[in-house]
Design a protein around this ligand. Structure first.
Ligand SMILES: Cc1cc2nc3c(=O)[nH]c(=O)nc-3n(C[C@H](O)[C@H](O)[C@H](O)COP(=O)(O)O)c2cc1C
Length: 512
């Protein structure tokens, strides 16, 4: 055996065997933290009886008492000790209450936790975990002795719980140089409510992904850093923030591409010029058809971008496989004219998207990955001859990945007896998809409430209404009047006008 240098050996000895030595490391931390910020700002949590992660002690009572006695000299803010596991006694779960002696020895505020309900307690304070998690108004419920919500263990570590209405992804064209800007902090945090789900504007996965002015990316370190404060602001208000990952494919021109190259696509057929609402015409360059051996490189761009999104703090990503962009250019037979394994049959046309889903799931975990599809859309000349079959095949294929959600936009609204109506064509996809389902496009408060109530969907994402009403959830709650959106400022570069200056309800309108 190699001899341990004497000094190092002595150092190690200081931290082992005897209770005193075993406590030394913690006490050194306590001492330094107290020195740094003051004893009145430092609490500690201990669990002498726990054997979690194979950390059991042969004499937990002695250990606990020694620890709290040693802590007394620091006059900490509190000492917080978890109880041993509950035990069965005459068929009833009981708390063992093994902390009496520690409570007696500790000269300060004592907090206990683990397994408590409203009735129990022999301490100064009780910390509640699972009950508080499932009952945001737990103190009030305890006060009234009201019934409690049950917690859902399956959602403890998912990026949820997701509640209320969803912010649909909204390109706002205010990310100069493809870098998310500080003004986005206000835009997103204005639209954040506790537990609310926000999907970011479409965000480019690489320098071949862009096709519009001032859209953000997430392929460089600078972009990742720039997203961080925006994501933090949403988290501070309790929101769940998903980054929509995007590649425009042929909906681009050489001016958006590195060295003026041609945009890439499933095809070499260009999109015809599009006339915008304001009468301006957008022209697109003839794309270069991706070679089969290049496709894994694009898949990899999505994987890396997903990793970057997590690095930026996002709770997950939404793979943008909708609205005529690159992924749909593969998916739909109106655009995909390939003859390799990515063209022809439905299975072949879905392959590219499913490869992306698989790699992204492998990279960041299925509970962090959602997808957006629009089987009925014909945007950017991406139309399919059988959108129902396409949508159903896609969601069935997605089931094996246990995604966070599937988000599908409705077909365009139709006129019926002079009234605009939503066609509600997603019933079968909703039935087949085994997970959280989100719909969008054309919904208002009544229609959204109705489809959630009927079980047609789990959640509804709102685009234009949320854009124009930063407090949309509150307005829906009160059935308050809504601001009208201003289409002319959807994509203008102003960091305030048409962006963060839509008014909130006045206090006089929000009297409840
Ligand atoms: C200004 C604007 C920007 C949009 N940007 C995106 C986008 O980045 N990604 C996306 O998937 N959909 C985008 N959409 C579509 C919306 O997410 C949504 O599906 C659409 O507005 C229909 O829903 P609504 O009737 O609630 O507005 C955009 C829509 C608008 C009006």
């Amino acid at each position: 055996m190699q001899e341990m240098p004497l000094r190092r050996g002595l150092m190690v000895w200081r931290y082992m065997r005897h209770t005193e030595n075993c406590c030394r490391f913690i006490l050194e931390i306590v001492e330094k933290v107290v020195d740094e910020i003051g004893s009145g700002r430092v609490g500690i949590r201990l669990s002498p009886f726990s054997n979690l992660m194979e950390c059991g002690d042969s004499n937990p009572d002695a250990l606990g008492i020694h620890m709290v006695r040693s802590l007394n000299k620091y006059s900490l803010l509190y000492c917080h000790i978890t109880e041993p596991r509950m035990t069965f006694n005459e068929g009833k779960l009981e708390l063992p209450h093994r902390l009496h002696e520690m409570r007696r020895v500790f000269k300060g505020t004592f907090i206990t936790a683990s397994g408590y309900d409203r009735e129990e307690g022999y301490t100064d304070l009780v910390a509640y975990g699972r009950l508080f998690l499932a009952n945001p108004d737990l103190p009030r419920r305890f006060e009234l002795n009201a019934p409690l919500n049950k917690y859902d263990r399956a959602t403890f570590y998912t990026p949820g719980p997701i509640v209320g209405i969803v912010l649909a992804p909204l390109t706002r064209s205010r990310s100069f140089g493809n870098i998310p800007q500080p003004h986005a902090i206000l835009f997103y945090s204005q639209r954040t409510t506790r537990g609310g789900l926000l999907i970011s504007e479409a965000t480019g996965v690489s320098d071949t992904a862009q096709g519009y002015p001032r859209t953000p990316g997430i392929w460089t370190e600078e972009q990742v850093e720039a997203w961080k404060p925006i994501v933090s602001a949403v988290h501070e208000k309790g929101g769940v923030f998903i980054c929509q990952l995007w590649h425009v494919g042929r909906v681009s021109s050489h001016v958006y591409q590195r060295n003026g190259q041609a945009p890439i696509s499933s095809t070499d057929k260009p999109v015809r010029p599009q006339i915008h609402h304001d009468g301006t015409v957008e022209e697109y360059s003839t794309p270069r058809r991706l070679r089969t051996d290049e496709i894994p490189l694009i898949v990899n761009d999505f994987r890396v971008a997903a990793r970057n999104a997590i690095e930026a703090g996002f709770d997950g990503v939404e793979i943008h496989a909708a609205h005529g962009y690159l992924l749909e250019q593969f998916l739909k037979d109106g655009a995909n004219d390939r003859t390799d394994e990515h063209g022809g049959s439905l299975e072949n046309r879905c392959r590219f998207i499913l490869e992306i889903v698989e790699k992204v799931v492998d990279e960041i975990g299925s509970g962090r990955v959602g997808i957006r599809l629009s089987p009925f859309s014909d945007l950017m000349e991406c139309e399919d001859s059988n959108p129902d079959a396409l949508g159903i095949h896609m969601v069935r294929s997605l089931n094996k990945y246990s995604l966070l959600y599937c988000h599908i936009t409705e077909p365009r609204m139709t006129f019926n007896e002079g009234k605009l109506e939503l066609p509600h064509r997603l019933h079968e996809m909703r039935r087949v998809f085994q997970g959280t389902f989100i719909t969008a496009s054309g919904y208002d408060r009544e229609e959204g409430n109705k489809v959630v109530e009927e079980g047609y969907t789990d959640l509804v994402a709102y685009g234009r209404l949320f854009l124009a009403n930063p407090d949309l959830p509150r307005r829906f709650e009160l059935n308050a009047p809504l601001n009208k959106y201003d289409r002319a400022t959807f994509y203008t570069p102003d960091p305030i006008v048409g962006y963060t200056d839509y008014p909130f309800l006045q206090p006089s309108q929000d009297s409840n």
